[in-house]
Design a protein around this ligand. Structure first.
Ligand code: ATR
Length: 278
């Protein structure tokens, strides 16, 4: 009997990653024989570590902080959405080498539209941050055809560069795409997505004042204790707050489907994960 296919989450750190729990649950639910492990990559040796994993029979990896841009450089071929993002969160090994995709954006949009029941079409969306997290999701947010998408960042140049690389995509989808500094955000947004790492730096929520309309939606890509100040802030704005667990499970489901050709149900896995982390 052949041994089960091997997958892993590659990052640094990875000890906290919930991906092994999520993929084990998907595998059990869909009857797929696989093992999913944590692959701690030294900061200067992402490529060799992932390569050794593939040589030892690894079939695919999820890629997390801080290696999503390196994973893009490593992959020989890319999906269109990974090419637009310039970042990869899912690698699949095949006879032609590494193929890189990015399921973060679709995961976020599925959480916003599917789980939270908030269609993006025609809405005003504010995305905070212009690092890897925002780069991974901007294209998918645009594809949801909001009326307007404003990218706000502490460092305006970085926001401008990210917007420039997505301007043609936005025009194709009829979306007004603009940049601002964090203190230049005016009010009335329907949906706000926090892609900054400000909370990890202990800086809390990086915007001031009432930027969301009452009853709007505020999503942090973080979860756990790091998301707590953001969720409290959302409540004080009269908005619905969501942490990043829904996005995490949705992006994982998309990666699982790419690897295994079968789409798992996400709702029971998200509920189990929330119960486990409570
Ligand atoms: P990631 O890959 O997780 O997105 P990153 O590339 O370091 O990490 O990007 C972090 C983002 O959070 C950036 O947009 C950063 O703003 P700058 O581009 O100005 O550096 C933002 N960020 C981090 N700490 C912040 C803080 N204290 N206040 C506001 N924005 C912050």
């Amino acid at each position: 009997m052949s041994s089960p296919d091997r997958y892993a989450v590659a990052g640094n750190p990875v000890a906290h990653s919930q991906s092994p729990f999520i993929h084990a649950a998907f595998a059990a639910q869909t009857g797929q024989a696989l093992v999913y492990e944590r692959l701690l990559c030294p900061l200067d040796a992402f490529g060799p570590t992932v390569e050794a994993f593939a040589a030892a029979g690894g079939r695919g990896c999820n890629v997390t902080v801080p290696f999503k841009f390196e994973a893009f450089a490593l992959a020989r071929r890319h999906s269109p959405r990974a090419a637009l993002a310039g970042a990869v969160n899912t690698l699949r090994f095949d006879s032609q080498g590494w193929w890189g995709d990015n399921t973060d954006g679709l995961g976020l949009v599925r959480d916003i539209e599917g789980n939270a029941g908030r269609p993006l079409a025609g809405r005003r969306v504010l995305l905070l941050g212009a690092g890897g997290a925002s780069a991974g999701v901007l294209g998918s947010l645009i594809a949801g055809r909001p009326a307007e998408l404003v990218l706000a960042n502490r460092t305006l140049d970085k926001a401008a560069a990210l917007v420039a690389s997505h301007q043609a995509w936005a025009a194709e989808h009829g979306v007004r795409l603009a940049t601002t500094t964090l203190d230049g955000c005016s009010g009335g947004f329907d949906i706000l997505v926090n892609g900054t790492s400000a909370s990890l730096a202990g800086a809390g929520v990086p915007v001031q004042g009432q930027v969301l309309r009452s009853g709007g939606l505020a999503v942090d890509m973080m979860y756990g204790a790091a998301a707590r100040p953001f969720l409290d802030w959302a409540e004080a704005q009269g908005a619905e707050g969501r942490d990043g667990l829904g996005m995490l499970v949705e992006q994982a489901a998309e990666a699982f489907a790419l690897w295994r050709g079968v789409r798992p149900e996400t709702a029971p896995v998200l509920a189990a994960l929330r119960a486990q982390l409570a």
